[in-house]
Design a protein around this ligand. Structure first.
Ligand SMILES: *[C@@H]1O[C@H](CO)[C@@H](O)[C@H](O)[C@H]1NC(C)=O
Ligand SMILES: *[C@@H]1O[C@H](CO)[C@@H](O)[C@H](O)[C@H]1NC(C)=O
Ligand SMILES: *[C@@H]1O[C@H](CO)[C@@H](O)[C@H](O)[C@H]1NC(C)=O
Ligand SMILES: *[C@@H]1O[C@H](CO)[C@@H](O)[C@H](O)[C@H]1NC(C)=O
Ligand SMILES: *[C@@H]1O[C@H](CO)[C@@H](O)[C@H](O)[C@H]1NC(C)=O
Ligand SMILES: *[C@@H]1O[C@H](CO)[C@@H](O)[C@H](O)[C@H]1NC(C)=O
Ligand SMILES: *[C@@H]1O[C@H](CO)[C@@H](O)[C@H](O)[C@H]1NC(C)=O
Ligand SMILES: *[C@@H]1O[C@H](CO)[C@@H](O)[C@H](O)[C@H]1NC(C)=O
Length: 447
């Protein structure tokens, strides 16, 4: 029987989580070992063939560019792969190409340069416009791809370390004139697979597919200190048909944030994020959400399915962030089988979320409707649901069923439910149909 139940009491002990972010690198292995990687790409190159030096000090920006330029002449004929062998490969921005695999050996570490000059400044994204606080524009992301099809970034759990600490410090000190680099950004592209990697310390968001479709993001370990600014894990933004599974994320911001552009720019561009699957996610984010919708949602968010999610020490399990001026919509959101431990808000809607683009339309309201959460077990919850919306938001309601929460502290619980929560005899739906992206296999590589 469907139910919506709050149990007071019961404090559970949480197993201590020991995260080991340190890593050692073995000595360089001859290129022949790496060259034996099979990714069903006809053409192959190793970074060292193009002057790459994996000493952690020498810049490899030119080597990456030379290798990828070389491979671009043959990639359309059966595909190409670039192998990053064991070593520490310092680099600034480089751009990917179509029909291409970037493959990191398990002991390969790509290190993001800490020099701002290694990240050329770009125009703002069309669905975001100029950020008035960062009017110089935005730094290129470390690894970028634009207008591509069939791109794979993988490796036997090799590492990309954004070395973000310097950027976080400058950001906090208000010293930056442009938006910080992201780690991986893929724009206007289709058939993207990013899997089996460890991503550390991005200067800002880690993985940002935008205006793209047919995306698989799988088996990533994403780690940033939990007090770092805007280190979102995975942010599909105006993306369609996206499958995000088996990821482990510890972050200073949202583990996954689904977006679709900002205020009038996002409204004008009008590309929603839709048909998004999130499954088998583990998230730790003490100051942010496991799954956030927004705050940039001006193109709309529709048909998100999240299941088998575990969240520990996290501020909110599901959070909608919007404000008058955002426009767009959030509808057909489905979650099931969430296990939550030490959560401030299981469900949270913020209808007055801070900043705006210059010249936004204050009458552009977000339509909220059909958010369905079921089969959730939450322990050590401070507030079950906080829903803060403006009357104009046209809120169509939330469905929560078979959800059990244990609240903490035992007394003086803040429980602010304004509207939309039904309590009896409901059985919230979860779609039974399969999305096309669910049947797409990974383009795995073998050594
Ligand atoms: C329960 O949550 C509170 C914060 O709300 C935290 O201080 C406490 O350590 C948690 N208890 C357990 C057993 O995890
Ligand atoms: C991507 O394609 C658009 C439209 O075709 C073009 O204007 C733009 O220059 C391309 N960008 C890159 C980086 O290829
Ligand atoms: C991921 O990497 C591990 C080695 O670390 C390897 O055994 C496994 O096959 C890889 N998985 C995929 C899907 O490539
Ligand atoms: C990848 O490495 C991380 C960090 O060492 C580890 O926690 C994770 O289990 C590894 N993943 C795979 C698929 O081997
Ligand atoms: C998303 O892809 C589906 C096909 O899988 C298509 O019907 C739909 O129009 C696409 N949505 C957008 C916003 O492009
Ligand atoms: C700009 O900075 C101010 C002050 O730090 C902050 O309140 C505001 O939210 C920021 N605006 C944007 C668009 O980031
Ligand atoms: C209720 O949720 C629990 C925990 O997720 C699950 O095991 C159980 O099957 C659900 N019951 C129903 C009737 O769906
Ligand atoms: C709860 O509120 C009561 C009365 O206001 C107060 O005496 C008590 O100390 C509070 N308990 C906690 C845990 O904050």
């Amino acid at each position: 029987m469907a139910q919506f139940r709050f149990l007071v009491g019961v404090v559970l002990l949480l197993a201590a989580l020991i995260l080991d972010e340190s890593r050692t690198c073995t000595a360089q292995v001859p290129n022949t070992a790496a060259a034996a990687v099979k990714c069903s790409r006809k053409h192959s190159a190793v970074l060292t063939e193009f002057g790459g030096v994996g000493d952690g000090v020498t810049s490899n920006t030119k080597a990456f560019k030379a290798a990828i330029d070389h491979l671009s002449t043959t990639a359309s004929d059966g595909g190409a792969q670039l192998i990053v062998p064991p070593g520490k490969w310092l680099t600034g921005t480089f751009n990917l190409i179509s029909h291409f695999t970037l493959f990191l050996h398990k002991d390969a570490v790509i290190l993001g340069s800490q020099q701002a000059s290694d990240y050329p400044i770009l125009e703002p994204l069309p669905s975001y416009g100029v950020d008035k606080n960062f009017s110089a524009g935005r730094y290129s992301s470390l690894i970028m791809g634009t207008n591509l099809t069939d791109v794979v970034i993988t490796g036997n759990n090799g590492t990309i370390d954004g070395q973000g600490a310097g950027w976080w410090t400058k950001y906090r000190a208000g010293e930056l004139k442009a938006v910080r680099p992201l780690m991986i950004e893929i724009l206007f592209s289709t058939d993207i697979q990013i899997f089996n990697l460890t991503l550390l310390n991005s200067p800002s968001w880690f993985v940002h597919p935008v205006y793209s479709s047919n995306i698989i993001i799988q088996g990533l370990t994403i780690l940033a200190p939990v007090d770092t600014p805007n280190t979102d894990g995975i942010d599909p933004d105006s993306c369609n048909n996206t499958r995000i599974e088996d990821n482990f994320i510890v972050s200073g911001d949202d583990c996954i944030a689904i977006k679709s552009g900002f205020d009038q720019y996002g409204i004008k561009m009008g590309i929603p994020s839709e048909h998004i699957i999130i499954r088998r996610l583990t998230c730790i984010s003490p100051d942010s959400a496991t799954i956030a919708l927004g705050s940039e949602l001006s193109g709309g968010i529709k048909d998100v399915r999240a299941e088998d999610v575990t969240s520990l020490h996290t501020q909110a399990a599901i959070r909608v962030k919007t404000a008058a001026g955002r426009g767009g919509f959030v509808q057909d959101i489905f979650t099931r089988r969430f296990v939550l431990k030490t959560i401030r808000y299981v469900f949270r809607v913020n209808g007055m979320y801070k900043s705006h683009a210059e010249g936004f339309d204050p009458n552009a309201m977000t339509k909220l409707g059909s958010i369905n959460c079921r089969d959730m077990v939450a322990e050590n919850v401070t507030t079950a649901a906080q829903i803060e919306t403006l009357p104009e938001n046209n809120f169509k309601g939330i469905c929560m069923s078979n959800t059990t929460m244990t609240l903490f502290p035992l007394l003086n619980i803040t429980y602010n439910v304004v509207s939309g929560l039904k309590s009896n005899n409901i059985d919230c739906p979860y779609p039974e149909d399969k999305l096309p992206i669910e049947d797409v296999p990974l383009k795995t590589c073998s050594l």
